[in-house]
Design a binder for this molecule. Sequence first.
Ligand SMILES: Nc1ncnc2c1ncn2[C@@H]1O[C@H](COP(=O)(O)OP(=O)(O)OP(=O)(O)O)[C@@H](O)[C@H]1O
Length: 331
Amino acid sequence: MIELNHVRKVFPGRRGGADVVALDGVDLAVPAGDFAGVVGPSGSGKSTLIRLVNLLERPTSGSVAVDGRVLTDLPADQVRQARSSIGMVFQHFELMDSRTAAENVEHPLELAGVGRAERRRRSADLLDLVGLAERAGARPRQLSGGQKQRVAIARALAARPQVLLCDEATSALDQASTTGVLELLRRVRDELGLTVLLITHEMAVVKAVCDSAVLLEAGRVVDGGRLDDVLTRDDSPLAAALLPAPVADDRVAGTLLRVTVTETAPEADVLRVLVGRLGLAVEVAGGSVETVAGGRHGRLLLRITDGDLSGLDTALTRLRAEGSKVERVAA
Ligand SMILES: Nc1ncnc2c1ncn2[C@@H]1O[C@H](COP(=O)(O)OP(=O)(O)OP(=O)(O)O)[C@@H](O)[C@H]1O
């Protein structure tokens, strides 16, 4: 469980300039076992937020708690110890080139005073977990970006943390490696029961792995929640960022309908009535349906190109009463 309460972070202005308010009263609660994302434009405070969770930065005010321990109240020596229950993965891997993959994974254990035999055993297990058992003796420069990030994930897990922080963990990777690393993160979360907090500027990453997310803007949380809930809200800026509203070509004639697709309100319910019952000719004018948080979600614009529209409004009212999210778009 990660909890930030009224966290504010102010950096002193550089060269006599004005102070920078990086975080301005942030509240965040990530339940144990959740895979949570923080998204927002550049400069919105994402990196500052994640660095506060393991106190790489101290908040100017407010509190940070991980698994019930209020880190901001702990003396320095206990902060160091508490940090060992928090793993972190970075955008540029931060591996030591002079060491092999296995030695990189062992490093935090060495610092924690774990004996050599135990270190070796744990590093072998972890490299196996991330699918790199055969590359244990390779140096980072001999590995691809995706492989380096797998080693970094193994290293982050070495001290058996309960919480894993991912700072733009896939931003330096190509599409195929990104997919592999995200699948791995999701799998280790499931297998080890971790709580994961990930920051990213890529909405596709949030859609691929997160259960919940918050949207930061100028140091404030402006929206957030469980994705399957967020995506059913019409007025949600986070939903709009995840699934942008479709645009239809307004030069084409026809009546337009906006449909919000969710697991419980599939577009098939709407099409069955429009096409099946009313006998209308319907085409998709824009939008998409994707798998987000394990469920089907989307925003579609449907265009009715032919047929008798006299029963349409009554049918739409009935569909809405039955749970569909469908409305006629004003011409
Ligand atoms: N050490 C620092 N000293 C002064 N200002 C800082 C410092 N670190 C961050 N800032 C400022 O705090 C604000 C938030 O920065 P932060 O890096 O947290 O945003 P971000 O959302 O992670 O951005 P990006 O996606 O570009 O990395 C920015 O205005 C940034 O310039």
